[in-house]
Design a binder for this molecule. Structure first.
Ligand code: ME8
Length: 660
């Protein structure tokens, strides 16, 4: 019998800036769901991609001094490289600048137009370029109600979509399919919005050119959201491959962040209804990763990147943290400290330690032979643990079904803690000393082995690499991913088999050292000019300095927050092990500061003594390669390789003078 299909999508990400931890989160969740569904017997297709048209991208390209296509090529490649680096296999990757996508968009809206749902009109109102969204009711000062940025006045001829005609049909959809929008809180927001009445939506733009052409029109291009949403169909053959499209459409799940729910739960089903196409089965809007209580985003400049975490702690540690520390659907605060604490407690001391002690004891006490259950030696406590194991399986599968990964992991880790306790209780290292207790010893090791086997199966969708290694150590040679995950978890207990050499899966890390290494790599991604050898060779670090778009405009009051002063370099030396960093002592008038600067490729330490430099004096102290930096030296980053060139003054200026 053919496998049932499961088609899951992430948003297709804008190419105005490089991927960060927020984008990674969605793709990791989608990948975990995909891995889980495969272990439940589904034929899974996971789609992601890049959203390359629109004013936001056009402007970002302009700021970087390249064509929109060149800019899109660069960032789209970064996304693909990141998913490869993090071993997030993508079945379909759609770029909205591909010809097949152009065909799909034109076909979908031609169908809607043929049904009488598209008409020509004129739009005059506010538009938020950041959200690529028309703003009917801006906040005072014409600010966007979503992102609070200034909106722009737009007056143009447009094609309109008769969204107003879909209010009742949408309400009926939400009613008949209560799980169309998940979680429920989000569903209520959408219901309130739609009940409040829907206005027709402008779906073409004429004031700029970076988009898919509207057939038969010279000036019109598709509005970026009508373009982007259609990518979910492009990826499975719409307008190109009927067999493939029949097989996979409609999508079973659109996984998105909560800020783009309206586009997915209101506009998208309405477009599809208008064109007579089937509707996706579910839209799941997850919460945001916050950093210091603010949404992580490029414009706030508080993004965190996934590569340093994956390179220092491993891909699985990154996945574990993202899924364990954010309750799916809610917001979560990201902290490196919490990440490292979790790593050591849950992964190194928890799963890692249980694995190495169990396998080592089996090697040493049983000559590596996989322990067998011995009913004569079984006591109530063993039965209690076996019962807990069964209960954990049921519970974890239930949580996985509702995509509640945080609780699923909590449940698996309770079993790990229980087995740790059990081993301390029955002390195999004491039982082994008396031959008469060897039967009991085997029963105890059996219980631990079997629990570890089940933990490995259950944790696989979240920790694919570590669990595969443990699976092999347990004596299995088949890929863990090919195992079925169901209520009968008897697979993988190799009666009569042998365990393999224990090998550390999650080595303990020194928190301080790991923190500094992650921070140094983050710094390199953020500011490639200060590249340190530890981070070299990275995908993100390899991107040119101008790859990200220019920052959003700030008011003078924001600029006034930055305290820049003239400094005189008193001493300079290289930072050990970092061939781009110099440690400087700089006189900034009232005090002498230690500042670490990524300028060693352009300046020899001895040439800097007495030089006047510009110092950002009120930057929070941070450590680069373990050396505290109390401020930042301002330098131009010169293309093509981001070579730093220091600012100088044409006249004599005293140390401490403020720059304004
Ligand atoms: O909105 N926390 O693209 P985008 C969690 N191109 N997830 C986050 C996040 C955070 N702090 N920041 C970003 C677009 N995300 C459109 C989508 S779809 C047809 C078009 C994730 O690059 C989350 O999934 O702004 C969010 O919805 C998405 O990235 C936004 O990516």
């Amino acid at each position: 019998m053919a496998k049932p299909k499961f088609y899951i999508t992430t948003p297709i990400y804008y190419v105005n800036a490089r991927p960060h931890l927020g984008h990674t989160y969605t793709t990791v969740v989608a990948d975990t769901i995909a891995r889980y569904k495969r272990m439940r017997g589904y034929d899974v297709v996971l789609l992601t991609g890049t959203d390359e048209h629109g004013q936001k991208v056009e402007r970002a390209a302009k700021a970087a001094g390249v064509s929109p296509q060149e800019f899109a090529d660069r960032i789209s490649a970064e996304y693909r490289a990141l998913w490869r680096e993090l071993d997030l296999p993508v079945d379909r990757f759609v770029r909205t600048t591909e010809p097949r996508h152009e065909r799909a968009v034109q076909m979908l809206f031609r169908k809607a137009q043929d049904q009488g749902y598209v008409y020509k009109g004129g739009y005059e109102g506010q538009y938020c370029v950041f959200d690529e969204m028309y703003v009917d009711e801006p906040l005072s000062g014409n600010l966007c109600p979503e992102c609070k940025r200034p909106t722009e006045r737009v007056r143009e001829e447009n094609y309109f979509f008769k969204l107003s005609a879909f209010q009742d049909r949408l309400l009926e959809l939400y009613e008949k399919q209560p799980d169309f929008i998940q979680p429920d809180t989000r569903r209520n927001e959408v219901l309130a919005f739609v009940r409040g009445g829907l206005r027709d939506l402008s779906i073409s733009r004429t004031s700029f050119k970076w988009g898919i052409p509207w057939p038969g029109e010279e000036k019109h291009i598709f509005y970026v959201w009508s373009d982007a949403l259609t990518s979910y169909m492009t990826g499975v053959g719409y307008a190109d491959d009927e067999v493939e499209f029949e097989k996979y459409w409609p999508a079973d799940m659109h996984l998105i962040g909560k800020e783009i729910l309206r586009f997915h739960a209101v506009y998208w089903p309405a477009f599809l209804m208008a064109a007579g196409e089937a509707l996706p089965k579910r839209v799941f809007a997850h919460g945001w990763w916050l950093f210091a209580d603010e949404k992580m985003s490029k414009s706030r400049g508080n993004m965190q990147y996934p590569q340093p975490i994956a390179r220092v702690l491993g891909i699985d540690a990154l996945r574990y943290f993202l899924l364990r520390d954010m309750v799916f659907g809610q917001d979560g605060n990201f902290s490196r400290d919490a990440l490292l604490t979790r790593y050591n407690s849950d992964l190194a001391n928890g799963l890692g330690n249980l694995t190495s002690r169990t396998i080592t004891m089996i090697e040493q006490y049983l000559g590596g032979r996989v322990p067998a259950r011995n009913p004569k030696e079984e006591n109530d406590r063993d039965r209690e643990v076996a019962e807990l194991q069964r209960g954990t399986c049921e519970e974890v599968l239930r949580y996985y079904e509702s995509y509640d990964f945080s609780r699923a992991l909590e449940s698996i880790w309770s079993l790990i803690a229980e087995i740790d306790k059990y081993l301390v209780e029955f002390q195999p290292w004491v039982l082994v000393k008396e031959k008469s207790k060897w039967g009991r010893l085997e029963m105890v090791l059996y219980t631990a082995y079997d629990a570890l086997r089940v933990v490995t199966l259950l944790a696989h969708p979240v920790l694919p690499h570590a669990t595969q290694k443990i699976w092999e150590q347990l004596g299995n040679s088949t890929p863990l991913a090919s195992q079925m995950l169901g209520n009968d978890l008897t697979v993988g207990h190799k009666q009569g088999g042998h365990v393999n050499k224990p090998e550390g899966v999650f080595p303990r890390v020194d928190k301080k050292e790991a923190f500094e290494r992650i921070e140094a790599m983050e710094e390199e991604i953020r500011n490639p000019a200060s590249t340190t050898p530890a981070a070299s060779g990275s995908t993100a670090g390899a991107a040119p300095a101008g790859a990200a778009a220019g920052p959003a405009k700030i008011g003078i009051e924001d600029f006034a927050k930055i305290e820049m002063r003239v400094g005189v370099v008193k001493s300079a030396e290289r930072v050990a092990g970092a061939d781009k960093l110099l440690k400087l002592l700089v006189d900034i008038g009232e005090e002498v500061r230690q500042v670490v600067a990524g300028i060693a490729t352009s300046y020899a330490p001895e040439d800097l003594i007495g030089k006047k430099v510009v110092v950002v004096a009120n930057l929070a102290p941070r450590k680069l390669r373990g050396v505290e930096s109390n401020g930042m030296i301002v330098a131009a980053s010169v293309a093509p390789d981001g070579r730093p060139v220091l600012c100088t003054f044409t006249e004599d200026v005293p140390a401490g003078a403020r720059l304004k």
